[in-house]
Design a protein around this ligand. Structure first.
Ligand code: FAD
Length: 308
């Protein structure tokens, strides 16, 4: 009898988030970052989006750069905020024409003064992307786009409860989402709790942990304000108390590496790393995470400062 081939689980995926540069100097930094990240052969690189028209064009320019000048596969973020339904349809069609094959469908942040947009929730945007996809089957050789959505290990600031967030994630899956990427979180249990609750509710799509090595106390405060999170006291203290930038860097990287390892140990399908358009911290983090594709230089974690 011919033995059956053994189905091996896929190796964990690796992806990064970039945002469009806001100045010539930051564009130079970004180019260096892209080059450095490309060497780790990620599955995709996501590009943030904004309802603001100028920043929208910068996102498209960055997507074009990734497609034309690199071997990287872009995942285009898209938000309901600031756009009409017709504008979103045109943007999705443009992305498909330019060669983008993955979209992260989001509602977007409701900044004060921002136009809420015609679509109210990310689930409606997932449905819109699926509708537009139907009109472009000839361009899409694989037949469909990969559509991701956001998931929340810590309650979304506008949600009545964590349970509600899980229901919303299930609704986004039913609208046609293929995978989810989580908001930043600071405690490993938060990711595990989200996955357990989502699976119990019927969510079957991969839920990829979003991890950010934060190596600066000011950045931690800004991030927490924008995401509606309370800063982790141990991380905040380690960043505040570190005697210099090297120690701050080590503390931030060690903290994020611990989260990444815990998520992979809990069965996470991969890692999505928020980069702040800088490669140093994410590449240092990857040295402490055993992903098959990444050149692995093992350095014992206890050599780094581990905030409690
Ligand atoms: P939704 O899923 O629509 O949820 C928004 C709120 O509405 C939640 O409180 C939810 O509980 C509620 N809700 C949703 N659907 C329903 C429903 N059917 N019935 C009742 N309530 C519902 N923002 C940007 O502006 N640009 C970006 O590029 C960007 N990238 C991001 C990437 C990731 C991985 C993540 C996690 C977030 C990102 N954000 C970005 C931030 C995101 O836009 C905000 O967190 C936003 O507040 C919510 O977006 P969402 O897609 O989760 O919205």
């Amino acid at each position: 009898m011919t033995p059956r081939p053994i189905a091996r689980p896929a190796p964990p995926s690796l992806s990064y988030e970039l945002y469009p540069p806001r100045s010539a100097a930051s564009a130079d930094t970004l180019l260096r970052t892209i080059e450095a990240l490309e060497s780790t052969r990620p599955d995709h690189v996501s590009v943030t989006y904004s309802g603001d028209e100028q920043r929208r064009d910068s996102s498209l320019a960055l997507l074009d750069h990734l497609l034309a000048r690199t071997s990287l596969r872009p995942l285009a973020h898209l938000t309901c905020v600031g756009s009409t339904r017709a504008e979103l349809e045109r943007t999705v069609a443009t992305l498909v024409r330019r060669g983008v094959r993955g979209v992260l469908a989001l509602r977007g942040d409701l900044d004060p003064g921002a136009e809420p947009g015609e679509l109210r929730h990310a689930g409606e945007l997932v449905e819109l992307v699926r509708e537009v996809e139907q009109r472009h089957t000839a361009a899409l050789a694989a037949g469909r786009l990969a559509v991701g959505v956001a998931a929340y290990p810590t309650r979304h600031p506008e949600s009545p409860s964590f349970r509600h967030d899980v229901e919303v994630l299930l609704a986004k899956q039913r609208s046609g989402a293929d995978f989810a990427i989580t908001q930043v979180y600071f405690r490993p249990q938060r990711y595990e709790r989200l996955v357990a609750a989502a699976r119990a509710a019927g969510v079957t799509i991969p839920i990829v942990p979003g991890i950010m090595p934060v190596t600066d106390p000011r950045r931690l405060r800004t991030l927490c304000r924008l995401a509606g999170l309370a800063p982790h006291p141990g991380l905040a203290a380690a960043l505040e108390d570190a005697p210099g930038p090297v120690e701050r860097h080590r503390a931030g990287v060690a903290f994020a590496a611990r989260l990444a390892r815990a998520a992979l140990d809990a069965g996470a399908p991969g890692l999505h790393l928020y980069t702040f358009n800088e490669h140093r911290a994410v590449l240092d983090l990857l040295e402490h995470v055993d992903l098959p594709r990444v050149p692995h230089v093992p350095v014992p974690l206890d050599e780094l400062l581990l905030p409690a």
